[in-house]
Design a protein around this ligand. Sequence first.
Ligand SMILES: [Zn+2]
Length: 298
Amino acid sequence: MKRKVVSAILLALLALSACAGCGSKSNSIIESSNTNSTDKSIISSVVSTESSKQENSKEISKVESHAESSKPEVSKIEKKITSIKLNNSDNVKVYDDECKYDYISLKGSGYNNYTNEVKFISTNPKVATVETYGNKGYKDRVYYKVKAVSAGITTIYAQTKNGELKTDKVTFTVKSKAEESRLVEESRLAEESKRAEESRLAEESKLAEESRKSEESRLLESSKNANTTNTRGNGNNFNTYDNEEQQNTTQYVLNTSTKKIHRSHCRFVKKIAPQNYSTTSDLQSALAQGYKECKKCF
Ligand SMILES: [Zn+2]
């Protein structure tokens, strides 16, 4: 059995080299050898035909008759592709280092495998190239591989070798990964710079608000100070006034005209002319300025 297999393989190889010599297409064992199928599949096909010796010799005679034939017109009449259809006709988008696999479906007569009967075309190979990728065991399919090269748009389609039948065209858009990441980076930087500007403005406005508040409180403070220190009297209008509100203080009361210091409850306090009225919490300082304690209330 093993020996038979080996001899069958040898026969197949012989047939292959004969076909390669004549350069024409075939539809027998040779064709499956010519495809991208693996050696394993050749062997299995040979093994399956080998199981029946009759069938095996039939295949061999087929090969022989083909190898001897010098009239390709005959096979042209026998073999005919009647339809060729692209599986996916959508707009395909990929990045510049990606590959995309897909297949076309074919119908016809006289073919076991269409792999060598069609060619794939990329109208702009600088954007993407396309190549046949075998039939992966499907009788009526031919797989192809599109390899993206650089950013741009190309059109992919397949046609029969004589150009009679063509598939739909697929627009194939290649996007540059570098360009895309550059755009992402640009937009990230723009966002960052926008945030920085926003936070700068917020900080500025916060500082302005703080400065406004501090100025307000400074003015308020100085106006308070003005109330306590700017009251300078210049006349003694004792007994002219009877202002009890002047007693509503917890501080010492000064008569800036008489240079007397009173406690707030002192009855003289309400008699002090408003322009001579002042208060202080610092008794020692008042004494140092020459004020004397009132004899009535101290
Ligand atoms: Zn007094």
